[in-house]
Ligand binder design. Structure first.
Ligand SMILES: [Zn+2]
Ligand SMILES: [Zn+2]
Length: 165
């Protein structure tokens, strides 16, 4: 596992214990920080099969019920939030090739082609600067164009969906 990625693991989830169930929170995550302000530009979390994401520690019973209803526990799930959008707290199933490709794309040295293949909004990455920026510093407006602090343009599709590859 690359040193740019962190893993998060918690065996005992207090809320799940109340429901008399033992479940694991286990995921591989990366927070990409804005080079201008240090805020999060994009968040990528890959949740392991039979596991829950990091945020599950803050969930209520309803959140768990919805998650368990829609989540296929045999697969890896991708949770993604970037300047162009988010795929919610349940996320989308991904295969092992995609998992590997995401980890590869977001491990230094960054390759803009690989990054673009993963996410249309490129997780806030500016190819010209070779840096990440948050949505605020992309000066994203209601129009679909953003501009990085150095003035480089990028299209951020507001209808972007991580389902489309
Ligand atoms: Zn910023
Ligand atoms: Zn730039």
């Amino acid at each position: 596992m690359s040193r740019f990625w962190s893993t998060f693991k918690l065996i005992h989830n207090p809320l799940k214990d109340k429901r008399n169930k033992k479940d694991e929170i286990k995921s591989t995550c990366q927070d990409l920080k804005c080079s201008k302000c240090g805020n999060t530009a994009a968040k990528i979390e890959i949740v392991e099969p039979n596991a829950y994401p990091k945020d599950a520690v803050n969930w209520n019973i309803k959140d768990y019920e919805l998650y368990e209803k829609y989540r296929d526990f045999s697969l890896n799930y991708l949770l993604y939030t970037g300047p162009g959008g988010s795929n919610g707290y349940i996320g989308d199933p991904i295969d092992l090739n995609r998992k590997k490709a995401i980890i590869d794309a977001f491990t230094k040295p960054y390759n803009s082609i690989k990054i673009r293949q993963q996410f249309y909004d490129m997780a806030g990455f500016c190819t010209m600067c070779n840096k990440f920026y948050c949505s605020k510093h992309w000066h994203t407006t209601t129009s679909e164009y953003g501009k990085c602090p150095e003035g480089h343009h990028k299209s951020l599709d507001p209808h972007w969906s991580p389902d489309i590859e």
